[in-house]
Design a binder for this molecule. Structure first.
Ligand SMILES: [Zn+2]
Length: 462
């Protein structure tokens, strides 16, 4: 049974905190309660999802304009919450919600990818081929079937929404074709896996693949008419850095920082080369067995080092248990050609494992074990990317060189490898800060550039 006070509370809950004044404008109710931020955040999470019918999201201009209008209501509600008296962690949550609303605003006000980026529709479908262990049970199977059957409608919608070619950049078209190739490959791989368990899905996979081919053909056929510039420009980018990434730096500041870092790392590299001029070069590993053993040894070394030197608190869940081999390709045949990073990891894997395991893997574990209502949730619009990558790159150098991880029993040439790896990062950063503002017709077709452009926004320190 409700008591008087509870009835009022329930009533207020149902009117939410948005009321309308006589002029029909939104008037948000002021609050100093952290719980109001949590419920606003939960509602905003749902609001950001597009309206969907039979697995097909509606990205039409009209539907998106409606969403953009509604965003103001959420932003007003946030502004009406005063976090001034809260604890610092709760105030951080407030700013995360603010950043997320700004990220959504940037999508609508500046990027509008559903109208001008052919790769946007690939982002919608790119994970459809990623399926866990087979066979699937009833709900999971029905979900996969719906996703596969929605591909052709989603890509048909793309060709309707992307109707103003002079607003579209041909570079984004080129990048879209590359990304669609990856999605296609993952659906083909799924097709092979499904054959033994769910052969009934074969026609759905075939239709999805055909739809991707048609869409690639449509992009290629129209690319010459896609004449816009791809970059968002400095002013927009600086707004994004400040209001979505919550960065204290402008694009110009970042370029200066990266150039200074690049100069410093080059100098260190030359000094290390000179110091080790009489030390024999490290021989790279020559087989998966050797590579596996060297990675295993590096991980043990890193974990011992962090524990013995008490570099940071190691929560019980921070272990390499699910990490070893997760991306290394140990089970694949030894490739004839390796990508650039293997120049380092095949000689000294400590830098890469510091980045990938201590950086990204441990970050992922911390996030998965974080059940706080705002902080533990998903973080869209690359809000966390700069922190994740900045931290991982910092680990490569600071933990290793400055804290002394490579000083002890490992080869002195490893330190040189680390500087070379650092130099690679600073020089690609320099390139990437430029790419964010890139001019028409200057797209590189490398996947790293693609990642940079896809976000249009990945910061220079990524
Ligand atoms: Zn990384």
């Amino acid at each position: 049974m409700f008591k008087g006070k509870s009835v009022v509370a329930v009533f207020i809950f149902f009117v939410s905190f948005t009321l309308f004044n006589c002029a029909g404008e939104n008037v948000a109710i002021e609050s100093t309660l952290y719980e109001d931020l949590v419920s606003l955040n939960n509602e905003f999470d749902i609001f950001q999802q597009p309206e969907t019918s039979s697995g097909v999201p509606d990205y039409s201009a009209a539907a998106m304009e409606e969403k953009y209008r509604e965003l103001k209501t959420y932003q007003n509600r946030l502004k009406a919450i005063d976090p001034g008296s809260w604890s610092v962690p709760n105030q951080v949550d407030y700013h995360l919600v603010r950043a997320e609303m700004n990220g959504y605003e940037f999508q609508h006000r500046v990027l509008r990818p559903w109208l001008i980026d052919p790769g946007f529709y690939n982002v919608v479908i790119r994970r459809y081929g990623r399926v866990g262990n087979l066979p699937l049970d009833g709900d999971a199977l029905a979900g996969l079937r719906e996703r596969l059957q929605s591909v052709s409608a989603i890509l048909e919608q793309a060709t309707v929404n992307l109707n103003s070619f002079s607003d579209i950049s041909g570079d984004l078209g080129t990048l879209a074709v590359l990304s669609l190739g990856d999605t296609r490959a993952s659906l083909e791989a799924l097709s092979g896996r499904l054959a033994g368990h769910h052969p009934g899905l074969a026609p759905d996979v075939e239709r999805a693949l055909a739809a991707i081919d048609d869409y690639i053909g449509w992009i290629e056929a129209n690319k010459s008419k896609m004449t816009a510039r791809a970059g968002v420009g400095k002013e927009n980018y600086n707004w994004l850095l400040k209001n979505v990434y919550l960065f204290p730096y402008t694009w110009e500041d970042i370029r200066t920082i990266v150039e200074l870092e690049d100069n410093r790392v080059r100098t260190f590299q030359k000094l290390e080369e000179n110091r080790n001029r009489n030390v024999p070069a490290i021989k790279p590993v020559q087989s998966q067995e050797e590579y596996k053993a060297s990675v295993s040894n590096a991980i043990d070394h890193i974990m011992d080092f962090i524990r013995d030197e008490e570099i940071f608190t190691i929560d019980d869940f921070l272990t390499p248990d699910d990490y070893f081999g997760s991306w290394h390709g140990f089970d694949n045949p030894w490739p004839e050609k390796h990508d650039y990073f293997f120049n380092f990891s095949h000689r000294e894997p400590v830098m890469e494992e510091s980045h990938e395991m201590v950086g990204h893997h441990f970050d992922g574990l911390r996030s998965r074990n974080d059940d706080r209502p705002v902080r533990g949730g998903r973080r869209p619009y690359k809000i966390g990317t700069a922190r994740h990558e900045g931290f991982a790159f910092a680990l490569e150098e600071q933990a290793i060189l400055t804290a002394g991880m490579l000083m002890a029993e490992r080869s002195p040439m490893s330190r040189l490898r680390s500087e070379r790896s650092g130099h690679y990062q600073t020089s690609t950063c320099t390139a990437r800060t430029g790419v964010t503002l890139m001019q028409r017709n200057s797209a590189s077709t490398t996947r790293r550039m693609e990642n940079c452009l896809k976000a249009v926004t990945i910061c220079g320190l990524n």
